[in-house]
Design a protein around this ligand. Structure first.
Ligand code: HEM
Length: 459
């Protein structure tokens, strides 16, 4: 953390003493969940946390989220790059997620056309195909790790929709390489050693990223040589113009890799939790199955049919609330500011927490209960969520650009699983792990009982 003024002022905030961090050892080592809830309970809406050069200011609750997320893009009081440099080994130095100010505005504007509703809905057939491809590997009597399988399915969806058919053959290689790099950024910041020395995890992560780079660079060169819009994200990026400008190849490369990495890491965690939540709550799975039968019958799923599935929609929101893949998101304060009676200095690394906000009893009645019905606006006891109390994708001008894509693929996944598979969990509890993304530790082991034929495909 920046200057000694910043350090001194952060040190004056409430929070554990140096020795007091002992009780949060799991939090420091990569399982921050209980530590975050406890820090909020003990210290209230603002506290300091961390040791050495890695000291953070945690800000909890809907007001904290609102303050950080309703920032102005033209005159920002909070920046992302500094606190997110941890992501650069995977996403690259030119990725939108680690850009600020004019660079961010430009890159975001250039990437936006790849995520219009029409483009996203155009990816539904790829989503449906990949889910069936995964299911085709399952048979009655099989024991499978559903997380590993949905993870590779979501990865294939990301690569398929980003690159179209051409890179599909390399999906597993790209996925494996990116996984090495993602495992590195999912480490606790307190366990990082970002030096390129032989035998280090950092060097392995950088080498893996370099191999992914090569695939993407080759594909960009091919498409520049023979432009032909196949309707995928890479074409949209290559064609995108904003205020007379377009993305340079290096920027395209970093957007593509960061889109695959974000598109796959958070969404596959959500997908793993989705399977877990549905099997923990068979009544929810049953209602989804009924809804899919009623809305789609024997038809192949389309964007339009999915729009008609309200219960499935609520279930996805409930998964993103209780098993929110992003645990914490950070910014660096540009100037001193006040929050909840505390002065937080310029240069401080401030974090908001989706995990804590989504579990606050003052915001969510019975927060630990998995209840899709709480999203039913017509229910007599329905309360509209307080603004900024539901922030799985952040909000404001840096809201996740892939949120509609992620929600759609989750709906396709759970609708198809509900109509085709009978399965059950073979473990009682799965606990979370990971810092940049929260995923099911040890996977989601299931026993497949029955696999029904694919709807809409005859012969
Ligand atoms: C369930 C799945 C997902 C979750 C929970 C998620 C969550 C988030 C969160 C919390 C942020 C940060 C917001 C902030 O800085 O305050 C973010 C940013 C971002 N996400 Fe996602 N995301 C998901 C899926 C995706 C997908 C599918 C893509 C792309 C295909 C994507 C691309 C991005 C990008 C590029 C940013 C940076 C936006 C910017 O800085 O302007 N994400 N996401």
């Amino acid at each position: 953390m920046g200057s000694s003024r910043t350090r001194d002022m952060v040190n004056r905030l409430p929070g554990p003493t140096l020795l007091g961090h002992r009780r949060y050892i799991k939090g420091l080592l990569g399982k921050p969940y209980d530590a975050l809830v406890e820090l909020h309970r003990v210290h209230g809406p603002v506290c300091k946390f961390g040791v050495g050069g890695q000291q953070y200011v945690l800000m909890f609750g809907a007001e904290a989220n609102e303050l950080l997320l309703t920032d102005s893009p033209r005159n920002p009081k909070f920046l992302s790059r500094d606190v997110l440099t941890l992501l650069i080994p995977v996403v690259g130095a030119n990725a939108m997620v680690v850009s600020d100010g004019e660079d961010h505005r430009r890159r975001r504007a250039l990437v936006r056309p790849a995520f219009t509703r029409k483009r996203i809905e155009g990816y539904v057939p790829a989503m449906v195909d990949e889910v069936h491809r995964m299911i085709s590997g399952w048979h009655a009597g099989d024991a499978v790790d559903a997380f590993a399988d949905v993870r590779s399915c979501i990865r294939r969806i990301a690569i398929h929709s980003l690159f179209g058919d051409r890179l599909k053959a390399h999906t597993d290689d790209i996925g494996r390489e990116l996984q090495t790099a993602l495992n590195y950024i999912n480490r606790s910041p307190f366990l990082r050693f970002d030096y390129d020395l032989p035998g280090t995890a950092y060097r392995r992560a950088m080498a893996a990223r370099e191999r992914v780079d090569r695939y993407v660079r080759t594909e960009i060169a091919k498409r520049r040589a023979e432009p032909n819009d196949q309707g995928d994200v890479l074409d949209a990026l290559l064609e995108s113009y904003f205020e007379g400008d377009h993305l340079a190849d290096l920027e395209v490369r970093d957007q593509v890799i960061s889109l695959i990495a974000s598109g796959y890491d958070s969404s596959s965690s959500a997908a793993g939790w989705a399977v877990y939540a549905l099997l923990k709550h068979p009544e929810v799975l049953h209602r989804i199955r009924e809804e899919v039968e009623q809305v789609a019958g024997e038809e192949v799923l389309t964007a339009e049919l999915i729009r008609g599935m309200r219960y499935t929609d609520w279930t996805v929101s409930e998964i993103l609330r209780l098993y929110t893949p992003g645990v914490l998101t950070g910014r660096t304060a540009v100037e001193d500011f006040e929050f909840a009676g505390h002065l937080i200095p310029a240069g401080a690394k401030v974090l908001y927490s989706q995990y804590v906000t989504h579990r606050m009893p003052e915001l969510w009645p019975d927060p630990l209960e998995f209840r899709p019905e709480r999203w039913d606006e017509e229910a007599p006891d329905h309360h509209n969520p307080v603004p900024y109390s539901f922030v799985p994708f952040g909000g404001g001008y840096r809201k996740c650009i892939g949120y509609a894509f992620a929600e759609l693929e989750l709906k396709v996944l759970i609708a198809e699983l509900a109509r085709r598979i009978d399965f059950e969990l073979t473990t009682d509890v799965v606990s979370p792990t990971g810092v940049a993304t929260m995923w099911p530790d040890g996977g989601v082991p299931v026993a497949v009982r029955e696999v029904r034929p694919r709807a809409g495909v005859h012969g």
